[in-house]
Design a protein. Structure first.
Length: 226
């Protein structure tokens, strides 16, 4: 019995939004019932793609009351934590693969005023978080290799979610476990069953005709997997 898995949260990723109308797109997902705005920051080094930085996020943040869930796909994230929190990151996560001093970065995020998270690439084992798990607000488990929207979900990652949820339950901590990559109608239930509670969906939402209908369909499919 999983005790700490929270209610289903749907977090559309603006990576697949129309950037020319970013404010309107964010307001459309807010009206459509989104719980969080997922924000993918890419630096062209850690991942082979570039997106945006703090000035764009600061402008976008002013268009909504939803929390911003900022996912840093950048090297040397410790140099930029305060800038992203200042721009409006409510949740802020760093990739484990680029943090030799992970415990220190987690403390830095918390001291800057955001909810700290760590992201695991598909190949990164979940036990790298054993010692820091109690310091985290969320863990983001990548279900694709980061860098692009619209990729296929990797089901081999699912046992990592189960591992993390079991550890959190053993420790008695209230940990959000988020999945990111290839989440859509046909994949969301398996991630929920493994123990996830926050679901990032980029192309599934923003490439659909009706954001509200898509968000509510994803939420219903996840809830049915309980
Ligand atoms: C990938 C990003 C994801 C991406 C997911 O590097 O971290 O957040 O937007 O996109 P979909 O949902 O289309 O797989
Ligand atoms: Zn992401």
């Amino acid at each position: 019995m999983m005790t700490t898995r929270g209610p289903v949260h749907i977090a559309p990723s603006i990576l697949s939004a129309d950037f020319a109308r970013l404010g309107e797109e964010i307001q459309a997902i807010e009206r459509g019932g989104a719980d969080l705005v997922h924000v993918d920051v890419m630096d062209g080094h850690f991942v082979p793609n570039l997106t945006f930085g703090p000035p764009v996020i600061a402008c976008a943040r002013r268009t909504t009351s939803l929390e911003f869930d900022v996912h840093l796909m950048i090297t040397n994230p410790e140099r930029y934590i305060e800038a992203y929190v200042g721009a409006g990151a409510d949740w802020l996560c760093v990739q484990a693969e680029v943090c030799p001093h992970l415990d220190r970065v987690i403390q830095q995020i918390r001291q800057a005023g955001a909810k700290p998270g760590v992201v695991l690439n598909p190949h990164t084992p979940p036990n790298v978080l054993d010692v820091v798990l109690e310091e985290l607000h969320h863990v983001l488990v990548m279900t694709v290799n980061p860098g692009f929207g619209g990729q296929a979900f990797i089901p081999r990652v699912l046992p990592k979610i189960d591992y993390l949820r079991s550890r959190a339950d053993t420790l008695g901590i209230d940990l959000r476990i988020e999945v990111d990559g290839g989440i859509k109608a046909t994949t969301i239930a398996s991630a929920r069953s493994a123990g996830a509670d926050v679901f990032v969906a980029g192309s599934a939402v923003f490439k659909s005709e009706d954001y509200a209908a898509t968000i509510s369909d994803l939420r219903a499919r996840a809830a049915a997997a309980e």
